[in-house]
Design a protein around this ligand. Structure first.
Ligand SMILES: Nc1ncnc2c1ncn2[C@@H]1O[C@H](COP(=O)(O)OP(=O)(O)O)[C@@H](O)[C@H]1O
Ligand SMILES: [Mg+2]
Length: 362
């Protein structure tokens, strides 16, 4: 009998695909409900492979394994796989109010200022958007909103009914106090006013449908952090740190803050990890090394990766052109992309682990 006239059953294809295991979710892709629209026409097998994020770090690996597994089924001549993604949404929590249309809210924090929270927020948001996800960035640093400059945004957002339309840059929807406040006017805020602003930024902005809303927070563990944590169900938080001891003891405070209020720590990002000399190419550990990873082990939270200290990152921030957009193949661009993938995988794992069953309903 030739390959052409063997009748291929759906069951045989699905059984073959059961050998493919998602390394993060630790289940086979059929049980996870990732195989959709399976069609068998003669020797041709076609299906949609729906991952939990378009920024999946093992997308190519999973596609390759699926293709190999199905090709090995007797009678299969051609395999047509359409890679797709549906990001799972953080489930609702009784005493918190979700933001309509927004699947996951991720808070970016650090114990102190200047470690690169805004830089990390902007570049991770851009990297996620580039992968095909629907992404928003809310600049919760009402005292020193840096996001507008880092994204080159200077216009004022428009109102639509009683909602504010976010500005857009590099495929992101963005809201910042910097769009509303005048120039360099110093801002003094009391707790209730801050709470009001955070509420408006969450619930009165026309975010539309988003997979990820990244919240760039001011440094420390103050009113803004509390307001955000008390208002919305967060999928989790990221702690940004630099590798030296002082910064790390601040990072521990960030981790403890999240743990105390039962927010998942999605991971630590170590920024300014080493200096890559643009002249000689040598890497120097200006702020010592390995601290972020050690802290992550100590507190049993994931380590998402390290970002070099590079002039291009600072220049990109000042010019409103994030390095992950202008130099995606450089060391910094690659580091941000890889971290965005690790983050997306952590989000999927966290959300699915909080569901009663792991099966995706897509
Ligand atoms: N990895 C890096 N390499 C070079 N400059 C950086 C890096 N990360 C941040 N910076 C610069 O350091 C300054 C502080 O970063 P920022 O993101 O505003 O910190 P934070 O939001 O934590 O206060 C900015 O000028 C930024 O461009
Ligand atoms: Mg900042």
């Amino acid at each position: 009998m030739t390959a052409q006239n063997i009748q291929i059953s759906e069951e045989a294809v699905l059984n073959a695909l059961r050998q493919v295991i998602d390394p993060d979710l630790k289940k086979d892709v059929v049980s996870l409900g990732m195989i959709k629209d399976l069609r068998i026409e003669g020797a041709k097998v076609a299906f949609r492979f729906v991952l939990t994020t378009p920024a999946c770090p093992v997308k190519d690996q999973l596609e390759g394994q699926a293709r190999e597994a199905v090709t090995a089924v007797p009678g299969v001549g051609e395999v047509d796989i359409r890679m797709d993604a549906a990001v799972p949404r953080q489930r609702t929590v009784a005493d918190k109010k979700s933001v309509a249309g927004v699947g996951n809210i991720i808070a970016v924090t650090s114990g102190k200022g200047g470690v690169g929270k805004s830089t990390v927020s902007v570049n991770l948001a851009c990297a996620l958007a580039k992968s095909g996800a629907r992404v928003g960035l809310v600049d919760c640093d009402v005292y020193g909103p840096n996001v507008p400059i880092m994204l080159g945004l200077s216009s004022q957002p428009q109102a639509l009914g009683n909602q504010i339309v976010p500005l857009e840059a590099y495929g992101l929807k963005v809201m910042s106090m910097g769009f509303l406040a005048e120039g360099d006017t110093p801002l003094i805020w009391r707790g209730p006013m801050l709470h009001g602003v955070i509420q408006q930024f969450l619930y009165q902005v026309a975010w539309g449908e988003l997979d990820y809303l990244i919240a760039d927070l001011p440094p420390g563990t103050g009113d803004v952090q509390l307001s955000l944590i008390q208002s919305v169900p967060l999928t989790g938080g990221i702690v940004v740190t630099t590798p030296q001891d002082v910064a790390l003891s601040d990072a521990r405070k960030g981790i403890m803050m999240f743990k105390q209020v039962n927010v998942n720590v999605l991971g630590i990002v170590e920024n300014m990890s080493f200096f890559s000399c643009p002249h000689c190419g040598e890497n120097t550990d200006i702020f010592s090394s390995g601290g972020g990873e050690k802290t992550s082990q100590q507190y049993q939270v994931p380590f998402l990766g390290r970002i070099p200290l590079e002039t291009a990152i600072r220049e990109g921030g000042d010019r409103g052109r994030p390095v992950v957009i202008t130099a995606p193949e450089g060391a910094a661009g690659k580091a941000f992309s890889a971290i965005s993938e690790q983050l997306a995988a952590q989000i999927s794992t966290t959300v699915l682990a909080s569901e009663p069953t792991v099966k995706l309903e897509i």
